[in-house]
Unconditional design. Structure first.
Length: 469
């Protein structure tokens, strides 16, 4: 349920929802396309979340077969009770809802842009959302099919006595399960790019190359699912290893753009910029260790050890979560019209930097020492105690950091310091309108400015400075 909550109920919906809020603003659209369909998608997601969590109220408890729900473990013989059935229904509802929202946001980006907003003038974040939603549309139907296989197997337990159904399920599930990793970080890469460019006070370096890399990355993401199955002997290792390692090329272009934007910029370091800069090295650790796990010889050694747990959490917790908080602090004044408390934000940041690294880096060492995943306990003589104690201390720091974040939000909402339309000196269209935006995003008082590039607000400031000179 921890993994399910992170993937199906928090990070993926937040990534898609961030695009739902920002893309219409960034492309100068008055609203999202097909708003009733979008709203229906939201309610399906919410109903799915409630359904999945309602398993805790059953006599046998919530689903406990892993977020990937491998058969035959997830069948009725080994995991009886209604908790799994509620989980399946919840995943179907939430997945269908997110698919609907992604489709309408993609429709918005493609067809509802303001005059002058060509595709190659869309901001980096909007492009990251386009790439994300293409992956959602391509991959999420396979999630629904895999849940259908699981439901069929729970009605007919003999189904999972046949290996083709067990391995077939894994292929169908991971065709969704690997692209969803990129769904959970692409929008945050786009958000990081916007934050860094704003606080480096320069245009994002290599805009067109980064857009191309996002699209290439999205396409390649649909071809790597089998690297989760190297140890089954039921996947073509050479092919999936090649496609996994090829991801280095578009990822490298994105990283080069991020770093090159920082270098030579006139840097400022408010809370969003701190989270954005920390994202770069921490997510890099997750990405590079992902290439290691995409190499069969290495994967055979570290598969199902705590090395995988460390890699996965450097990707999501030390990576995407930092992108999430960078986006939250950056766009909170725009969405609410309220400025946050900077000192509390910085406390939150430093506790999270210490907490994520102290929690998850020891897990690399534990994995190399052979500590397996998914075990309830271990013996002191196994030699795992010291690293686990460090990880526990790191988790306590993460708890304190989260408390600082909650206090910051509560204090900010209570004191209500008004935010101007453009508190950061932003570069994209959302900073041209009021904070918070009006119902149709732009008005006569706050019109859509002329659009000549992907940074219309920066263009406008440069024109005003040139006129003053």
């Amino acid at each position: 349920m921890h993994g399910s909550g992170v993937i199906y109920l928090v990070m993926t919906p937040y990534a898609i929802g961030l695009g739902l809020y920002l893309v219409p603003l960034q492309i100068g659209a008055p609203a999202v396309a097909a708003p009733r369909t979008t709203l229906a998608g939201y309610w399906l997601y919410l109903l799915g979340a409630v359904t999945m969590l309602s398993g805790f109220a059953t006599s046998t408890g919530a689903a406990d077969h892993g977020w990937y729900a491998y058969p035959p473990l997830a069948g009725t013989r080994y995991t009886p009770g209604p908790g799994v059935d509620l989980w399946i229904l919840g995943v179907v509802l939430a997945g269908a809802g997110m698919l609907m929202v992604a489709a309408t946001v993609l429709w918005t980006a493609l067809l509802k842009r303001a005059p002058g907003m060509t595709m190659l003038r869309m901001p980096i974040f909007s492009w990251s959302t386009v790439a994300t939603n293409l992956m959602v549309i391509g991959a999420f139907p396979s999630l629904l099919v895999s849940m259908g296989i699981l439901a069929l197997g729970r009605m007919n337990p003999d189904l999972f006595t046949h290996n083709e159904w067990n391995i077939g399920y894994q292929h169908v599930f991971w065709f969704f399960g690997h692209p969803v990793v990129y769904v959970m970080f692409f929008p945050f890469v786009g958000a990081i790019a916007e934050v860094i460019a704003t606080f480096a006070q320069r245009r994002f370096f290599g805009y067109k190359a980064t857009v191309l890399s996002l699209l290439v990355f999205a396409a390649l993401s649909m071809s790597v699912w089998g690297h989760h199955m190297f140890t089954t002997g039921q996947a073509e290792n050479d092919y999936y290893s090649l496609t996994s390692i090829m991801l280095l090329i578009p990822a490298g272009l994105e990283y080069f753009g991020l770093v090159a934007t920082v270098v030579g910029g006139r840097l400022r370091f408010p809370t969003p910029m701190l989270f954005a800069v920390a994202f770069i090295p921490q997510f890099l650790i997750g990405g590079l260790t992902g290439i290691m796990t995409g190499t069969p010889a290495v994967d055979y050694t570290i598969h199902d050890t705590y090395f995988i747990v460390a890699h996965w959490h450097y990707t999501l917790a030390a990576g995407s979560l930092f992108g999430l908080f960078a986006a939250f602090y950056f766009w909170f004044p725009k969405a609410t019209g309220i400025l946050m408390v900077e000192p509390l934000g910085k406390i939150h940041f430093w506790l999270y930097v210490a907490g994520t690294n102290l929690t998850f880096f020891p897990m690399f060492i534990l994995g190399l020492q052979g500590m397996p995943r998914r075990i309830p306990t271990y013996l002191p003589e196994d030699g795992f105690s010291a690293m686990n104690l460090l990880a526990t201390a790191g988790a306590a720091l993460l708890g304190l950091g989260t408390l600082a974040f909650v206090v910051d939000v509560v204090v900010s909402v209570r004191r209500r310091v008004p935010a101007p339309p453009d508190p950061w000196g932003g570069q994209t269209l959302e900073w041209a309108t009021s904070s918070p935006p009006p119902p149709l995003n732009f008005t006569e008082r706050y019109p859509v400015p002329p659009i000549h590039s992907h940074t219309p607000m920066l263009d406008l400031r440069e024109q005003e400075e040139a006129a003053e000179r």
